[in-house]
Design a protein around this ligand. Structure first.
Ligand code: IMP
Length: 428
C-alpha cells in the first residue's frame, strides 16, 4: 500500500506539479490534500503548457484517478473553468473525484480576502485574494459550506442564508460594503453543483479501498512548508497545512500508510507575497534568477522574490516533514553563474550563529545568512539524464545541499519538459 507525499520544502513554486506528474506515471491515484485555487501547478505535455490550480497533476494520464480531497477549499466556478480549459486542450481524463466533505470558497470569502488585505494596509500579507483564508476560517468556525451542500439546492440555500447573517453584518458594518443575497450566490453556484455532481463522492472511502487493493497513491501538496499555518512564517502563511501531517489529515490516508515523503527543493529560493526571506537577493543576481527562471506566479502573475538556497530553512522542513528523499528542481536555472551560494547558518541579532530555524518571523526578518560558496558551471544540462553526466560542479552543489539537509536525493529536474529529469531513485 505505498503512498508517497509530495511536499514543497520552501515557500512554494518549487515545481511540485512536474514531479507529481512524473510520479503519476507509476501511480493509480493522485490526491490533492489542501489549498484551493491559490495554487498554480505547471505541467508540460509535449507542446502544451497545462496550468492547474485545483485539479491534481495526474489529470493528463487517463489511467490515473485524481481526487480533490476533503482538506481542500474548492472554488466551484473556477473549477468548472479549469475543467473546460483542460478538456479543450484534449489532455483530460474523466477519472476525477471530488470529496463531498471539502469546503467551498464562497463569493463572500473572495470579497473579504480583498477587503481584509486593504484594511491591513502596509501590513498586508500579500495573499492571492482567492478567498482561501476566509474559507478556512469559516471551516474552523464551523460555519463553512461544503461540496455536499452544493449538490443539494435546498440545503445550499439554507446554509448560505445562515452564513449571510454574520457575513452581511461584517460587510455592511465593518467594511461599509453592500450586503450579499442568497439568490445571487445560488444563481452563480447551483449550476456548478449540477455540473460537478457526477464527480462528487466520499473520497476517503475511495482512497482506503485503493490502498486495500495495493494501489500506489501520490498525495499532492500545494503551497509549501514555510507557508504552513503552524510551521511557516506566521502570519505570512497560507491558512492550511501543506506539510506531511496535513497530507494525512486532508486526504484520508493514515500516517501508517505513508511509504515515502518527498521534499521538493528548488535549487534556489523564491517567495511570492510578503514576509521574511533571509536569502533574498535584491541585486542584479536576484533579477537574473527571476528572468532566467521565469519567476512570475502561475496563479496571479506576480513577480516572485528570488534568492540563494537556504539550508537552515530546508533542514527544518526536512525534520518537520520527515523527508525520505529530495527532488531538487530547476537546477538548469543556475547554469551560467560563476559561483553559487548556499546558506548554511544564520547570524542572530545578538551575534551568535545558529543552524536552527527560528520560530518567530520577526527574528527571522533580522537574521544574517552565512554562506558557503561553490563553483558554478556553464554547460547546459537539460539534455542530461544521469548523475554521471552532470557537470562536476552541479553534482557537487546538489550533494552539498543534500548533506546539509541530511536527506538523500531521489530526483533532479534539469528542465521544464516532462522528461528533463535525472532519476536516482524512484520514490514510488
Ligand atoms: P493565500 O494562500 O492566498 O491566503 O496567501 C497567503 C500567502 O501564501 C501569500 O504570501 C501567497 O503569496 C502565498 N501563496 C499562496 N499560494 C501560493 C502558491 O501556490 N505558491 C506560492 N505562494 C503561494
Amino acid at each position: 500500500m505505498p503512498a508517497a507525499i509530495v511536499i514543497g520544502a520552501q515557500w512554494g513554486d518549487e515545481g511540485k506539479g512536474k514531479i507529481t506528474d512524473h510520479l503519476a506515471e507509476r501511480a493509480h491515484m493522485v490526491v490533492r490534500y489542501q489549498g484551493g485555487n491559490n495554487a498554480g501547478h505547471t505541467v508540460m505535455v509535449g507542446d502544451t503548457v497545462l496550468k492547474l490550480h485545483q485539479i491534481p497533476s495526474g489529470i493528463t494520464r487517463p489511467e490515473v484517478a485524481v481526487v480533490l480531497g476533503h482538506g481542500m477549499v474548492i472554488n466551484p466556478p473556477a473549477l468548472i473553468e479549469e475543467l473546460d480549459t483542460v478538456r479543450s486542450l484534449g489532455v483530460m481524463s474523466d477519472n476525477i473525484h471530488i470529496s463531498s466533505s471539502a469546503h467551498l470558497v464562497m463569493p463572500y470569502h473572495i470579497l473579504l480576502d480583498g477587503l481584509e488585505e486593504e484594511l491591513r494596509g502596509a501590513a498586508a500579507l500579500g495573499t492571492t485574494r482567492r478567498g482561501i483564508g476566509p474559507a478556512y476560517a469559516d471551516k474552523y468556525a464551523r460555519t463553512g459550506i461544503r461540496v455536499q451542500d452544493l449538490v443539494d439546492p435546498a440545503r445550499f440555500r439554507e446554509r448560505v442564508s445562515q452564513a449571510l447573517k454574520r457575513v452581511n453584518l461584517e460587510l455592511t458594518r465593518v467594511f461599509d460594503h453592500d450586503p450579499m443575497t442568497v439568490e445571487s450566490i445560488a444563481e452563480q453556484y447551483l449550476p456548478t453543483g449540477e455540473r460537478l455532481a457526477r464527480y462528487v463522492t466520499d473520497t476517503d472511502h475511495l482512497v482506503q479501498e485503493a490502498l486495500d487493493q495495493g494501489k500506489r497513491l501520490v498525495l499532492e501538496g500545494a503551497q509549501a512548508t514555510m507557508l504552513d499555518i503552524d510551521y511557516g512564517t506566521y502570519p505570512y502563511v497560507t491558512s492550511s497545512s501543506p506539510t506531511a501531517g496535513g497530507a494525512c489529515q486532508g486526504s484520508g490516508v493514515s500516517p501508517m500508510q505513508v511509504s515515502h515523503v518527498l521534499g521538493i527543493v528548488k535549487a534556489y529560493t523564491s517567495r511570492v507575497g510578503a514576509g521574511p526571506f533571509p536569502t533574498e537577493l535584491l541585486d542584479a543576481t536576484g533579477d537574473w534568477l527571476v528572468e532566467q527562471g521565469h519567476e512570475y506566479g502561475t496563479s496571479t502573475g506576480r513577480r516572485r522574490r528570488c534568492g540563494w538556497i537556504d539550508t537552515v530553512a530546508l533542514r527544518y522542513a526536512a525534520r518537520v516533514n520527515g523527508f525520505s528523499g529530495l527532488a531538487i528542481t530547476r537546477l538548469d536555472v543556475l547554469t551560467g553563474l560563476d559561483q553559487v551560494l548556499i546558506c548554511s547558518a544564520y547570524r542572530l541579532p545578538d551575534g551568535s550563529l545558529t543552524r536552527d530555524y527560528p520560530a518567530d518571523a520577526d527574528v527571522l526578518a533580522h537574521v544574517e545568512p552565512i554562506y558557503i560558496s561553490m563553483p558554478g558551471w556553464s554547460e547546459p544540462i537539460s539534455h542530461l539524464r544521469s548523475v554521471q553526466d552532470l557537470p562536476e560542479a552541479a553534482w557537487a552543489y546538489c550533494q552539498r545541499v543534500s548533506e546539509l539537509i541530511n536527506t538523500p536525493i531521489d530526483l533532479i529536474s534539469v528542465g521544464a519538459e516532462r522528461d528533463e529529469l535525472v532519476v536516482i531513485k524512484w520514490p514510488l
